[in-house]
Design a protein around this ligand. Structure first.
Ligand SMILES: [Zn+2]
Length: 306
């Protein structure tokens, strides 16, 4: 095992953000990814299918949620007024809710987050019908990797009528620190036997690394997929309002548990992904939610894949 990586048995409660990110190879290695070979295969309003090397990657919409625009704040707690409102009612900001799926022949078919199910607003919870639209059989999903235990990321494990949404599911990967919050949802207790608690720096497979992204929620975790052609970081809730937080990554979101830590994570990861040409796939980035980052002025700019 290369220096700086840990296996699933080698866990420490005391790891902090600096030591974890220091141990993540993609943040240290100076990539020269001349080829950025993600190829778009199909696209609709709710789905995007692409290929990188022998991998297939999908972005799938669970819907959206409208939240108070005053949730976006400057570090001094002053409410941020966006110059460009993404919708007519500028007291609300619309957050898309994206899930991602990837696979390669012979490997687990991995879903990153599973949406809100029937637990929240009817504008969310559409993942299963969107999968059908993309021709994806829900029972083909064998593993779900959760970025954190907020309702819009975990409750899609169940259909509104209480049935399980993914019948072929064998394991649910989740940060050790997020397990308690996950199990606090009484109807999710039934998944306890297939929970696989992990920590940042854990290698889940040759091609898949867990990357701690602390700040937004307890045990907030990213997943870094290496396709041999590209690196793709599924970054969960690193960014909530792309129209503002790429150019001003210091802006915080009221739903972040620890705003200072979330801000530090955001600035560091944006810097690192820009430097390493890593693709970023975010739960609340505008559809289809995948793109690359470049440094621009005092902040960054997001270049969507399509
Ligand atoms: Zn979220």
């Amino acid at each position: 095992m290369p220096k700086g990586q840990r296996n699933l048995e080698d866990r420490s409660e005391s790891d902090d953000f600096e030591s974890l990110t220091a141990s993540v190879p993609f943040l240290k290695v100076n990539h020269t990814l001349g080829r950025l070979s993600v190829e778009v295969l199909s696209q609709s309003a709710n789905t995007l299918g692409c290929a990188s090397g022998s991998w297939r990657i999908w972005s799938l919409s669970d819907g959206y949620v409208d939240l108070p625009a005053e949730s976006l704040k400057h570090p001094n707690n002053k409410i941020c007024r966006q110059t460009e409102s993404p919708q007519r009612n500028d007291s609300l900001v619309r957050l898309p809710v994206n899930c991602f799926l990837f696979d390669r022949s012979g490997m687990d078919r991995v879903l990153i987050d599973c949406g809100a199910g029937g637990s929240w607003d009817p504008s969310m919870g559409h993942l299963v019908e969107v999968m059908a639209e993309a021709g994806i059989d829900t029972s083909s999903i064998t593993m779900i990797a959760l970025t954190h235990a907020h309702g819009d990321h975990i409750n899609g494990l169940l259909m509104p009528d209480g049935r399980r949404a993914f019948n072929g599911l064998r394991k649910i990967v989740i940060a050790q620190d997020a397990v308690e919050e996950f199990l606090a949802e009484p109807e999710l207790e039934q998944f306890r036997p297939i929970l696989v608690p992990i920590n940042g720096g854990d290698r889940l497979a040759d091609h898949l690394l867990a990357v701690a992204i602390p700040g937004h929620a307890r045990g907030h975790m990213g997943y870094l997929l290496n396709t041999d052609e590209d690196d793709v970081l599924f970054c969960g809730d690193l960014i909530h309002v792309p129209a503002a937080q790429f150019s001003c990554p210091e802006l915080t979101w009221a739903y972040d548990d620890d705003e200072a830590t979330a801000r530090a994570s955001r600035i560091k990861l944006l810097k690192d992904t820009a430097h390493t040409h890593t693709w970023l796939a975010g739960a609340h980035l505008d559809r289809p939610g995948i793109g690359r980052i470049v440094a621009e002025k005092q902040g960054f700019a997001f270049i969507p894949i399509v």
